[in-house]
Design a protein. Structure first.
Length: 205
């Protein structure tokens, strides 16, 4: 366990140093702005949620973000948040929801992985159950960009180093969806996310 912890710490340090000082500068990648994500997705209707306050936006450090609620005629609702970073350097990289949500007063209950189907292909994403008082929610999140979807934050950092060396690209994004914790709510959220994966690729290429 100690050796594994040292290896992980070394990887994070390598990622930080390499991306900060060595990765080649590249121009903006051709992509669709996040606001271009369709408001109508497989029977869901999107509506904008209030923007983040200035302090939260500064901590997030994203170049662009989307904050929407998607609602279905039967009343199912999913809050979808997507953050995009043109380049990830020291102090300006993606923050894990596991760190941010407890800071907002949510208590973690359980964490696991689940599978979404993107065009028939399985994609692993994080499933995180949280609660605040009697309110219980399910959070789905993953890291996306540079041609892949990754659930594990350490694997994402590793790919960041590899991609920086191979292509000079350090862009990427975080996708997070929150829905009430119920079996029906989870099924609804999964259906929306599976339908949203393809259009998300245009904004997180």
């Amino acid at each position: 366990m100690r050796a594994r912890a040292v290896a992980v710490a070394a990887l994070i340090l390598l990622a930080s140093v390499y991306v900060r000082f060595v990765a080649a500068a590249v121009g903006d990648v051709a992509r669709t702005p996040l606001e271009g994500l369709p408001l109508e997705i497989a029977g869901w209707r999107g509506e904008s949620l209030p923007p983040l306050d200035d302090a939260t936006a500064r901590v997030l450090g994203a170049d662009e973000y989307l904050n929407r609620r998607y609602v279905r005629p039967d009343g199912a609702a999913v809050d979808l948040f997507v953050a995009y970073y043109r380049s990830q350097q020291h102090g300006d990289a993606i923050h894990s929801p596991r760190n941010c949500l407890p800071g907002a007063g949510w208590e973690p209950v359980s964490q696991s992985e689940t599978t979404l189907r993107a065009g028939g292909e399985p994609v692993s994403v994080n499933r995180y159950v949280i609660r605040k008082g009697l309110d219980r929610r399910v959070v789905f999140y993953w890291y996306q960009g540079r041609g892949r979807v990754v659930s594990n934050e350490y694997a994402n950092k590793g790919w960041l180093v590899i991609d920086a060396m191979r292509t000079g690209r350090t862009d990427g994004g975080l996708v997070r969806a929150i829905t009430p914790a119920s079996e029906a709510g989870e099924r609804s959220a999964v259906a929306l996310l599976e339908a949203a994966l393809a259009p998300l690729e245009k904004s997180l290429p």
